[in-house]
Design a binder for this molecule. Structure first.
Ligand code: SF4
Length: 367
């Protein structure tokens, strides 16, 4: 499997928790899209199983730029073609355009159905705006929609979170992602957190919410296939599975990462530099990191273990020509002993306890 990631680094305003590579100033939008199209046209590879347009906020693009971009990748005909969309930047005209060019999966950022919570997060939209977009998308025939949610939000209580989940479940999206808030440096929340002005859950409460969510989603037909991702059967996100399965992908756009042949590449993050480099040199790669075999094996383990199916012992063997027990025998036995991972047929996977303490598991493979 191979994926193409396309980065759109613009947002209407910056959410208070966000450290993604995005800026509010859209003054460079036209030039950026031109550079992006040039970078895509220069790719030797044209055959992708998945395309994911992410951001930032891809749906902030003008209809003209959106069409230019979609036309550029029209011939790639991936099986799964996702775009991230944010309420407040999406409308019927854009949805029609996405449909026309073969986008078959929408990932809509909602985070909460409580408008007070949305305001506290610095989101630009209300729940009602999301509902309009969601219903429009459904009526236009989008049959694979993800809704992004968050938990462990400031002042959040269990009831508010359950209400959000129930509201979303009622809409029957095919996929739900739900991440716990992480306080990142250089965000408004980071400063508040440093000043002790952010009221977050303690670890035990957070775990309680996590388990409540897993159970509620399971009861409603959503299969957990990764720590933070849930889908109706057959609607797992193929693109993200590429990242977790050590498969290859190419990233285009400012700050985008690629992973080809055991080498990681990253484009320059700064938007103006990106445009300049693409215009003048035809590429914007800033860093190239050739993974050592040890690094590669460790990544295979901790990325693969994020998925509920875990890592496949035979795949490890055929990739690295080594037996996983020879390489990580001590770590694996120790983690099994602690009840954090288990063998399951030809796979090794996290247990329920392991999913709660996943970071502890992942660091075990970093020698
Ligand atoms: S819309 Fe997404 S990318 Fe943009 S600031 Fe908010 S969280 Fe970050």
């Amino acid at each position: 499997m191979k994926g193409l990631y396309i980065h759109i680094p613009f947002c209407k305003s910056k959410c208070y928790y966000c450290d993604f590579n995005s800026i509010v100033n859209t003054e460079y939008q036209d030039e950026y899209i031109e550079a992006l199209i040039r970078e895509i046209n220069l790719l030797e590879e044209k055959n992708f199983d998945t395309i994911f347009i992410g951001g930032g906020t891809p749906t902030i693009l003008s209809i003209k730029n959106l069409e230019k971009l979609l036309r550029t990748v029209k011939e790639f005909t991936p099986k799964e073609f996702t775009i991230e969309a944010n309420p407040g930047t999406l409308n019927l005209e854009k949805l029609n355009m996405l449909k026309k060019y073969g986008v078959n999966r929408l990932s809509i950022g909602l985070q909460s159905t409580d408008n007070k919570v949305l305001k506290k997060l610095g989101r630009i939209h209300t729940y009602e705006q999301f509902l309009i977009n969601f219903k429009d998308a459904k009526s236009l025939g989008f049959k694979n929609i993800n809704v992004d949610l968050m938990f462990n939000l400031p002042d959040q209580n269990v009831n508010e979170f359950i209400e959000t989940l129930l509201n979303v479940i009622k809409l029957e999206p095919q996929h739900i992602s739900c991440y716990s808030l992480i306080i990142e440096e250089d965000t408004r929340f980071y400063n508040l957190y440093q000043n002790d002005e952010l009221n977050l859950l303690d670890e035990e409460e957070e775990r309680l919410l996590y388990h409540t969510m897993i159970n509620l989603l399971k009861e409603n037909g959503y299969n957990q296939y990764e720590i933070s991702n849930f889908a109706k059967i057959g609607y797992e996100c193929r693109h993200n599975i590429i990242y977790w399965s050590d498969d290859e992908y190419i990233g285009v756009g400012a700050g985008a990462h690629s992973y080809i042949n055991g080498i990681r590449y990253s484009n320059v993050k700064d938007i103006k530099k990106y445009i300049y480099n693409i215009k003048n040199y035809g590429n914007a790669i800033e860093e190239k990191n050739i993974l050592t075999k040890e690094e590669h094996m460790a990544e295979f383990m901790f990325l693969g273990l994020r998925m509920n199916c875990g890592i496949n012992i035979n795949k490890f063997k055929s990739k690295f020509n080594e037996d996983v027990m020879q390489v990580y025998g001590n770590e694996i036995l120790d983690l099994i002993d602690k009840g954090l991972i288990e063998k399951y047929g030809e796979n090794i996977r996290l247990t329920e306890k392991g999913r709660d303490l996943s970071n502890l598991v992942f660091v075990s493979f970093l020698k």
